[in-house]
Ligand binder design. Structure first.
Ligand code: NAD
Length: 253
């Protein structure tokens, strides 16, 4: 049975929660899922930004810090109810970048990157899984930094966190298979979002990074959202535990 079918009846409205939905890749994912017919809960610690995105797509908005366990538990309960008591899809786009050189990283900053990018992702997957029926689909957002050990903009804390997201994604696929829940992820290269754009003010850095993909440019957020939306769709029915690299041809693996 596909996720959109319930009790033998086809429901046309699929539902999704997108964390980090106020900006960048998460925002593009909310907008694309809405165009594809989903009812979307936009979740972000930037509550005003979440409302702005949700208002434009007839969705619902919630403010949340994904590192706050009790808040995550409560949020997923409220979002599930607001979506009509169903949850078909989760995309975990909440994350932060860290670009401090290896020898200079402050440990509090390192721990914060891990708390948000890894533990925040874990908590949201866990709470979504409690509300999903068999057929539910989850997509995480890692990075080529997790595969290459950084080398673009992120440094040790960021690369390590994204490597952990890749392992977490595969473990979640293993662990949630018995519930019929599918878990995949995307590993983007450089994407033109508010996270990356300030670093591109350094023209030498920008030229170096944009020369890395065979396509010779950074991605638009929608180009990542398209991959996320496909992994969340019933059309990707036999893809599970996969980390889809969407990098214009950097990694070539
Ligand atoms: P962005 O800064 O535009 O969006 C990230 C969103 O996450 C923001 O709205 C922010 O408010 C939210 N957020 C941050 N910490 C949060 C927290 N603790 N709780 C709730 N929300 C929180 O960045 P983006 O480029 O769209 O990044 C989205 C994801 O994609 C991140 O995980 C990032 O690491 C990953 N990624 C980005 C790039 C890139 O080049 N932009 C490349 C590879 C991977």
């Amino acid at each position: 049975m596909l996720a959109g079918e319930r009790d033998g009846l086809r429901s046309d409205v699929r539902t999704a929660i997108v964390t980090g939905g106020a900006s960048g890749i998460g925002k593009a994912t909310c907008e694309l899922l809405a165009r594809n017919g989903y009812r979307v809960a936009v979740v972000d610690r930037d509550e005003l930004g979440a409302h702005s995105v949700a208002d434009a797509i007839d969705g619902v908005a919630f403010g949340l810090d994904v590192t706050d366990e009790r808040a995550v538990i409560s949020l997923f309960e409220r979002a599930f109810e607001a979506l009509g008591g169903t949850l078909d899809a989760l995309a975990t786009s909440a994350g932060i970048l860290e670009s401090t050189p290896f020898m200079e990283i402050d440990l509090a900053a390192f721990r914060l990157v891990y708390e948000i990018n890894v533990i925040g992702t874990y908590l949201c997957i866990r709470e979504a899984a409690k509300h999903m029926k068999s057929g539910g689909r989850i997509c995480t957002i890692a990075s080529v930094a997790g595969k290459r050990g950084g080398g673009l903009t992120g440094t040790a804390a960021y690369a390590a966190s994204k490597g952990a997201v890749i392992a977490l994604t595969r473990n979640a696929a293993r662990s949630l298979a018995e519930r019929g829940i599918v878990v995949n992820g995307v590993a983007p290269g450089p994407v033109l979002t508010p996270m990356l754009l300030p670093t591109f003010e350094d023209r030498v850095h920008r030229a170096r990074v944009e020369a890395m993909p065979l396509l010779g440019r950074a991605a638009e957020p929608l180009e990542i959202a398209e991959a996320i939306a496909w992994l969340l769709s019933p059309e990707a029915s036999y893809v599970n535990g996969e980390m889809l690299t969407v990098d214009g041809g950097i990694c070539l693996d």
